[in-house]
Design a protein around this ligand. Sequence first.
Ligand SMILES: C=C(CC[C@@H](C)[C@H]1CC[C@H]2C3=CC[C@H]4[C@H](C)[C@@H](O)CC[C@]4(C)[C@H]3CC[C@]12C)C(C)C
Ligand SMILES: C[S@@+](CC[C@H](N)C(=O)[O-])C[C@H]1O[C@@H](n2cnc3c(N)ncnc32)[C@H](O)[C@@H]1O
Length: 642
Amino acid sequence: MAARCAYRFGPDIGHTGESVMGCGPEANYGNRSVTPAQVHEIAVQRAIGNGQPSGPPRRTSFDLRPFAAFLGSRAREADSSSSWHAAGGRARVRPFWEEPKEPKQTSAQRQTHTWQYGRLSMPTVISCQRSASCPPPRAKNNLAGFWLGQKQSCGGLGASTSPTHEQSTARRGEAAPKISWPLPIKNTRQPQPSDQITDGGLRDVRRELRQPAVPHALQLHPKIPRSRLLKSPKPTQIPRSSCSFSSSSSSSALSQAPPRRRASLKRVRACGMEAATMAWTAAVAGLGLVYWFVWVMGAAEVKGKRAVDLKMGSITNDKVQDKYTQYWSFFRRPKETATTAATAEKVPDFVDTFYNLVTDIYEWGWGQSFHFSPSLPGRSHRDATRVHEERVADLLGAKPGHRLLDVGCGVGGPMRAIAAHSGSNVVGITINDYQVNRARAHNRKAGLDSRCEVVCGNFLSMPFPDASFDGAYSIEATCHAPKLQDVYGEVFRVLKPGGLYVSYEWVTTSLYRAEDPEHVECIHGIERGDALPGLRRQDEIASIAKEVGFEVVKEQDLALPPALPWWTRLKMGRIAYWRNSLVVRVLTMLRIAPKGVSEVHEMLFETAQHLTRGGETGIFTPMHMVLLRKPTTATAAGEEAK
Ligand SMILES: C=C(CC[C@@H](C)[C@H]1CC[C@H]2C3=CC[C@H]4[C@H](C)[C@@H](O)CC[C@]4(C)[C@H]3CC[C@]12C)C(C)C
Ligand SMILES: C[S@@+](CC[C@H](N)C(=O)[O-])C[C@H]1O[C@@H](n2cnc3c(N)ncnc32)[C@H](O)[C@@H]1O
């Protein structure tokens, strides 16, 4: 039968695997790709002569390869059509049946063969209902294979009430070997006594596909005498529900027990062993899951910060909870915060506390750039962020040799992008010393530390001489200033005459209605969760800039169409936030993360919802851009205006 169907490779043996074409009317596989498992299946179908109409190889119902693949077994490598013929079949990964062949064994040698799973030696008995062309073990060092090998014997092949291969052959008076293999493939049709069961079918297919022979996967069980197989027309049937794993190491207690007791003892022991195996598997899988959850899934979008490294800035672990409470009570009533001089003075300190609490969470869940950007169709958030940053450099006309000031630089994401894009030198200032250290470390890692410098200081009174910068920019930072005039005035002072300043401002838009409680709650939510002493209106910005002496070159809300929404990133991240919440809780419970981190995370979660609402309703924008120039004639802040 096998000879009737001439397989030949399709014209394209590409990365999708080997195409099997033109197999005659009985088995026309068209131009489908055939995986090793399917090749095996074809062989089995032919070997048992099931008489079913031939067609594309079916995926078997007992195929647990995905599980094996999950555990990182070589099965994936072996069966993955993409890795099978990488690069158009040139760099080929060796499939499992091409494992180095053991020297051919005699049947006596085979009788004493035990399965070797890594360091585990398992003399497993599994009755086979199928032909000798059953598959070889997937991979010897394969935990999944090990698990599956055990599992299959429970109500699987060995426990069927239909005639087994050995029964069929025993009835015919032939010696029927017990056959073991660790990965069964369930066949819809059971072999009939009349079937000519050989592994010739598989061999034929292999020959045709020029695959080497299967290594010695099939074996005789050492403990079952050949004579018993011949004599006993009906081997002991083990109920489907019971555990049928059996070990060849029988104890004397077992051999001395009466037959019924012996059977139940065997079952108890078998169940015990299976339970232990299951427990081990569960433990390994559990550990794997925790690892994946915390280290892999919990990693920062831009690698560099992991959940297990979450710190609360320079706040010691025992102070986190207190600091958070203090922060929260200070910013609970945002509008009042900026109004009295006494509270306004305290703002920078609380902003510093805020960034101690959130910097690592931001880096972990957002990356090294702490700002929004319009979405770009078909581009990643990372790309969109970078484009938004490079736009600053372009607006400033930054060149190599220029000295730029980054007002409120965070951990320096924009600074590095701008320095790299324009070739200029950048000095960043932030109030938070933890951010200074993070930014410096990132600069070093990026190889930009010679052109990117970071200073710890207050942008309301900067430690820089007058007219010391060619240009300046601030990305979503000046919203922390109780009075915008103060920070704009400082930038004006340190800029060289003729120097440009670009700022991306957080503001309420003309759609905001102070009499709408929903609007008010949304904006308060944004202010509370972002350490803001009170958002300004969009139309205030230019006049404040003019007030300190700047010329307004350009003003534009970069969030307006045709720009795509900036808040979709926040919205789409929701599932990740749930996961992060859980990670943070678990880490706090394990005392890896300090107490209070969960509360901070909760606050950010809530803030994200207010921000999203602000974006969706259009009452808020985080990217009102102003391009300002210090007049060439100006000598000091506000002089030109006067
Ligand atoms: C300019 C400012 C910061 C803007 C944004 C960078 C941040 C505003 C809200 C932040 C976040 C909200 C939800 C967090 C999430 C719950 C967590 O699991 C992972 C981090 C967040 C996504 C976090 C990231 C940064 C923000 C988007 C303000 C302060 C002026
Ligand atoms: C939202 S982050 C933006 C950081 C950076 N521009 C970015 O886009 O990644 C705001 C930054 O402003 C800084 N900041 C806020 N108030 C400040 C102040 N009074 N003096 C100096 N820096 C301040 C914070 O420390 C923080 O680094």
